[in-house]
Design a protein around this ligand. Structure first.
Ligand SMILES: *Cc1c(COP(=O)(O)O)cnc(C)c1O
Length: 421
């Protein structure tokens, strides 16, 4: 495979091509094909962007139909039939059955853009600058969002400009199993001398993705919601990675039975790997003045088409979510077994997650790398997460067939053994 031009011309900032230094040409479902014809099972799936797999035929059909009929591709934020259909479908298929009432802000198409818009809206709506965020949180890398992202690797890449406007609190479990970290947050809010500027909003991932597949307890999330309500603070759930069915419900916060004031979605929102993001807000929070937060690519019409088709195809009843939960249990069981055998081999490990967002924490980034490199040799694309890359994570497409899922898990189990043979 010819890779010289890629190595020579692409910036050193590249990441995933370092773990998987081959050239890919095609993909279907949960499988990627490299230029030399070798097939790989994809447990990375665009870091949670391909919940419905690569090139899902139903979505592809809708997209091809739209393109060949000269549907509008770009129209700034003008009204299009595709946008109308997306909003109608979102309301009918997702909001109504869940009793949700949100207005939709369509910012630029990346996750970090949605987070920027969400935290700025919270500030504008509340007239306060501070945003509370949590240890190990990842919310994107543009300046505003970066301030709410924990990882030093990203925070140090500003050329010394300090990030501003966020305060970090310990995430659930950060101080050990026996400490409810919200005691600290609540105490600070009630303490005039605690040093915490009363925040406009709190931003949280219900399951931290890049931070290491850390699920917040459902009671912890409920308590966070009630603390926010009691102190007139907006609750922002960043559902960019955990949303769109990843945890076994369309919104990850449904498990905790909470209703955020603001929600961000991106990654799998287009359902086809097309760039797309939206911010959902309680209607009374819509304090934006026309054009105050703009962008050239606000609402990508091709993404409206595939997103609406996916909502209709997968979310009109609860069959899909039950199937995701079933597959989640398969991964959970197998990950527990792999963790137990790693522990037996002298490498303490444990599994965790929610739905099909699962990880094996092997405590050490080098050990995790050994396993994922071996898996790649064996035909499985799988990555790591966490502050030291110490968590092997499964973000396989939710639509993966049982055969591919089991084959991928077999490869991972064998690779974990071989890595230390
Ligand atoms: C990926 C991610 C983002 C950032 O999205 P980009 O499209 O990479 O800017 C923000 N929040 C969470 C939870 C993410 O997983």
């Amino acid at each position: 495979m010819q890779t010289q031009i890629l190595e020579r011309m692409e910036s050193e900032v590249r990441t995933y091509s370092r773990s998987f230094p081959i050239v890919f040409t095609k993909a279907q479902g949960a499988r990627l094909t490299a230029e030399n014809g070798r097939e790989y099972i994809d447990f990375l799936a665009g870091a949670g962007t391909l919940n419905y797999g690569h090139n899902h035929p139903k979505l592809q059909e809708a997209l091809v139909e739209y393109i060949t009929s000269n549907g509008i591709v770009h129209g700034l934020d003008m009204w299009t039939a595709a946008k109308r259909d997306y909003l109608e479908t979102l309301e009918e298929v997702i909001f109504k059955p869940r009793g949700l009432d949100y207005k939709v802000h369509l910012p630029g198409p990346t996750g970090t853009n949605a987070v920027e818009a969400a935290i700025r809206l919270a500030r504008v709506a509340k007239g306060r600058h501070n945003i509370v965020t949590f240890t190990n949180g990842f919310h994107g890398v543009t300046m505003g969002a970066l301030a709410t992202t924990g990882n030093r690797k990203f925070r140090e890449a500003t050329g010394g400009i300090p990030t501003q406007g966020a305060s970090f609190m310990p995430f659930d479990g950060y101080l050990g199993e026996d400490t409810d970290t919200l005691d600290y947050f609540e105490k600070l809010l009630g303490d005039k001398s605690g040093g915490l500027d009363v925040p406009a909003g709190v931003i949280v991932e219900t399951v931290q993705g890049e931070g290491g597949i850390n699920p917040a307890g459902l009671d912890w999330l409920k308590r966070l919601e009630s603390i926010c309500r009691a102190h007139d603070i907006l609750l922002i759930v960043d559902d960019i990675q955990a949303g769109c069915g990843r945890t076994g419900k369309f919104f990850s916060f449904e498990h905790a039975d909470i209703v955020p004031d603001i929600v961000t979605n991106s990654k799998s929102l287009s359902a086809y790997g097309l760039p797309f993001a939206h911010v959902l807000m309680r209607p009374e929070l819509d304090k934006w003045k026309p054009g105050q937060y703009n962008g050239t690519f606000r609402g990508f019409n091709m993404a409206f088409v595939t997103a609406a088709a996916a909502l209709r195809h997968f979310w009109s009843d609860d069959r899909f979510e039950r199937d995701v939960q079933r597959k989640g249990r398969i991964v959970e069981e197998r990950f527990a077994r792999i963790a137990a055998s790693l522990t037996e081999m002298g490498h303490p490990a444990s599994e965790r997650g929610r739905g099909l967002m699962r990880g094996i924490d092997v405590r050490d980034g080098d050990i995790a790398d050994k396993i994922t490199s071996k898996a790649f040799e064996n035909g499985l694309i799988i990555e790591t997460a966490g502050q030291d890359g110490q968590v092997v994570k499964c973000l396989c497409p939710l639509v993966i067939s049982d055969e591919d899922l089991l084959e991928g898990l077999d490869i991972l189990e064998r690779s974990a053994r071989e890595a230390f043979a």
